[in-house]
Structures are given as structure tokens and as C-alpha cells.
Design a binder for this molecule. Structure first.
Ligand code: PLP
Length: 421
């Protein structure tokens, strides 16, 4: 092993194991790892951004899930962050996987995930991807329309189908039910169509929308799912699966897992009691990925803008507006901070120590590309930065690297995985 390891990138006393994970001890915390990495990059005159994937956090998130939602088996939503180490770790921890395409199915199968631990959770699938799922023995898949049923009957007649319903997602930031999910009034017709085609439908799924800010939304959605179970029974179906989707907050904001679990467990006890024998699964993405990644990006440029902020009649001097440009931005790891609202989605902080008395200036922090939407935070108060400084941004694991591009020729950030012994 010594020869193999010596070929890998090393950092003085911290070595990656055979999976590329840097194993930390009590003296080498994730923070110290970042310090060393920055020192190493500085010594090479490199401004390349990097992310640290903290597997300790990922494991803690899973343990928390098990303790708060013991009846709900998580099928991690691969789309949220498909970094191999995340997938391998979750597989070892026993989660299932929600895949959205042939590419994601193939990725998780190549890591040794069993086909029965995969749900192909996309209601509008290319036929070739359905055929691939069939060939690989991935049977569980969602649908919400008749055309999809006809495709499945042609490409995977033995599939175990899950009817996705549209739910009230008005309390979520990303409202997925505007794109997917059958209206409740259409479910009987869809089930009749499935029966005519000889297809097996095994249950119901929904997605409350991503970044849900109201745990109570789950209660109504679970009640709606119950009504579809009842309709299905009248039509002769024996449903056995309820999939409550994703939508869980990543870092206890805006809603803690405890708050979600109180509503969900209560609704499950009422509508799907343990004795019903219905298997409950979920498709969390953001919950697992968000807080497990921290980004380090370099201040590559700086402009000082003098803005005349005086109101008429006032005599103060014009206010300084600082503009900083980082080596990573919204076309890279920070896609999730694309500014749809005035709110800043992330809180960058300086890696170097800062004196309490250092003055903080009103600043805008931009990404490296030429596009004006490549803005990370606006109207942000931070100590004056210098070219060469490093900023850290926590909680950037969800829908960042998986959506990142190399727009303008800026390379994607590297990812280093760390874990304590
Ligand atoms: N399942 C499906 C079908 C989705 O479309 C998504 C996100 O778009 C997820 C699960 C994961 O959602 P979240 O990251 O909010 O948990």
C-alpha cells in the first residue's frame, strides 16, 4: 500500500486511504486540513478553489435521520450531489438511492448498489433509459401520466410503478408540483389505464418541493396519499409503498429535522399506521449533502468603487463599495446561490484570523466569470479583503458541484474527502 499511497496527493502528515479519503486524527481536524491545503496551494501560487467533504457530518446526518424518522428508509437523491465518496458512504450506511436517469442508475450500480435499492424517481423518462433500467433489474419507478404508462408497458412491462401525485408545495422555494405529479382527480383514470395495460402499481409518491419551509405541508400530502391508497383499493390494487419524497432542509434551516419528523410521524401513525404494513421511503437530497461540503475560494481580484451615497443636503464623504472576485462562483460550486431573491444564500468568511477591531466594509462578492449574474453575495459586511486571501463558505453541498460548469474556462473545484478514524 505504501507505493500506491505515495503516488497520491499527500499533505505532510495526512494521507488519503485507498478510496481517496484523508483519515484525520484528533490533531488533524477538518479545519486544520483546510489550513494545510491552503498553505500548500499558496506555496504553488495556485488560486484553484477546492471543497472539503466531511464524511463525519454525512454520517451524523444519517444517524439523525434514523433516530427521528425510524419508519422512513431514505433513498438518497443522487442528483443533489453525486460525488462518489458520498454515494459509497451512504451505500455502506444502508440507504437506498433515488436516480433520475440511466446515467445515475449506471453510476450507483457501478459502485455495487443493488438494483432493489434503487428507485427510478422520474415521471417523464426517455424510453431508452426505461429499457436500461429493465435490463439492469431496476423495477421501482414513478409515473404521473398515461403516455408514461404506455412507454413502461412497452419497455419494462414488469416494472413496479409508483404513482406520483401533485401536492400543495406553496411553502417550498422550488415548487416541483408545477412540473410533475398527477392531480388527485386524475388518479382513478390513471390506475384504470395501468390495469388495462396489465401493469403493476405498488404505491404513491409525492415531493413537497425543495427547501420546504412548513413542516405541516407533509401532513396534507400524506393525507392526500391516503386517499389515493383508498381509491386504489376500490379498483383492486394492493398498494404497499409510500414515498414521501425530498424537501428536507439541509442545515436545520428553515425547518429542523425534528420539526419535520414530528409532523411526518404523527401523520404516518394516523394515515399509515405501522400495522398497515405499508413500507415508507423518502428521497432526501439536500438534507444529506448540504452541510457536508465546505468551499474554499481565493480572492483573485478586487475593485474599490466610490459611490456617492449622500442624500441631498448631507455633507458626508462618499461611501466605499468593495467588489471582490473569487476563484469560484455561481457557474461553479455555487450554483445554488444564484440570486433569485435579494437574500444572500451563503455567508462567506475569511480563512485568516481577523482582529475584532478591523473595520468591516459594504461589499459585493462576485464569481470569476464575465457574466453579471455570477454574484455570490450582495450588500455584505465583511472585513477588507486582499488579493490572495481565502474565503470559506459552509453548507454548499446541495445542487452545487452537480450543476457546476466550466463556463469561461474556469475549472470545477477539486473535492477532498476527510473523515476521522
Ligand atoms: N426526488 C425528486 C423526484 C426530486 O426531483 C428531488 C429534487 O429535485 C429530490 C427527490 C430531492 O429533493 P431535496 O434535495 O429537496 O431533498
Amino acid at each position: 500500500t505504501t507505493t500506491i499511497m505515495s503516488k497520491r496527493p499527500t499533505m505532510n502528515d495526512v494521507w488519503p486511504d485507498k478510496w481517496g479519503v484523508y483519515i484525520l486524527d484528533n490533531e488533524n481536524t477538518a479545519t486544520r486540513f483546510i489550513d494545510k491545503k491552503i498553505k500548500e496551494l499558496d506555496s504553488m501560487d495556485s488560486e484553484e478553489p477546492f471543497q472539503v467533504l466531511n464524511l463525519d457530518t454525512l454520517i451524523q446526518m444519517h444517524l439523525k435521520w434514523l433516530s427521528y424518522l425510524p419508519r422512513v428508509k431514505p433513498f438518497y437523491a443522487v442528483k443533489c450531489n453525486s460525488t462518489e465518496t458520498v454515494l459509497r458512504t451512504l451505500n455502506a450506511l444502508g440507504t437506498g438511492f433515488d436516480c433520475a436517469s440511466k446515467g445515475e442508475i449506471s453510476q450507483v450500480l457501478s459502485l455495487g448498489v443493488k438494483p432493489e435499492n434503487i428507485i427510478y424517481a422520474h415521471t417523464t423518462k426517455p424510453q431508452s433509459h426505461i429499457k436500461y433500467a429493465c435490463a439492469q433489474g431496476v423495477n421501482l419507478m414513478t409515473f404521473d401520466n398515461e403516455e408514461e404508462l404506455r412507454k413502461v408497458s412497452r419497455c419494462h412491462p414488469k416494472a413496479k410503478l409508483v404513482l406520483r401525485i401533485a401536492v400543495d408545495d406553496s411553502s417550498s422555494f422550488y415548487r416541483l408540483s408545477s412540473k410533475f405529479g398527477a392531480g388527485l382527480s386524475t388518479t382513478s383514470r390513471l390506475l384504470e389505464c395501468a390495469a388495462e395495460l396489465g401493469l403493476e402499481v405498488v404505491g404513491v409518491s409525492f415531493h413537497i418541493g425543495s427547501k420546504c419551509s412548513q413542516s405541516l405541508a407533509f401532513r396534507q400530502a400524506i393525507a392526500d396519499a391516503r386517499s389515493v391508497f383508498d381509491t386504489a383499493k376500490l379498483l383492486g390494487f394492493q398498494f404497499s409503498l409510500l414515498d414521501i419524497g425530498g424537501g428536507f432542509s439541509g442545515k436545520d434551516f428553515p425547518v429542523t429535522l425534528q420539526e419535520f419528523s414530528e409532523v411526518i410521524n404523527g401523520a404516518l401513525d394516523e394515515y399509515f399506521p405501522f400495522e398497515s404494513g405499508v413500507q415508507i421511503i423518502a428521497e432526501p437530497g439536500r438534507y444529506y449533502a448540504d452541510s457536508t461540503f465546505t468551499l474554499a475560494a481565493n480572492v483573485i481580484a478586487k475593485r474599490v468603487i466610490m459611490e456617492d451615497m449622500r442624500k441631498e443636503g448631507e455633507k458626508e464623504s462618499p461611501e466605499k463599495l468593495m467588489m471582490y472576485y473569487l476563484s469560484d462562483g455561481v457557474f461553479g460550486s455555487l450554483n445554488s446561490v444564484l440570486k433569485f431573491t435579494d437574500k444572500n444564500e451563503v455567508t462567506p468568511y475569511l480563512h485568516r484570523a481577523v482582529d475584532n477591531d478591523e473595520k468591516r466594509c459594504r461589499s459585493v462578492i462576485w464569481g470569476p466569470t464575465c457574466h453579471n449574474i455570477d454574484k455570490i453575495v450582495d450588500n455584505y459586511l465583511i472585513t477588507e479583503l486582499h488579493v490572495g486571501d481565502w474565503l470559506l463558505i459552509d453548507n454548499i453541498g446541495a445542487y452545487g458541484i452537480s450543476i457546476s460548469t466550466e463556463f469561461n474556462g474556469f475549472k470545477r473545484s477539486s473535492i477532498y474527502s476527510v473523515c476521522h478514524k
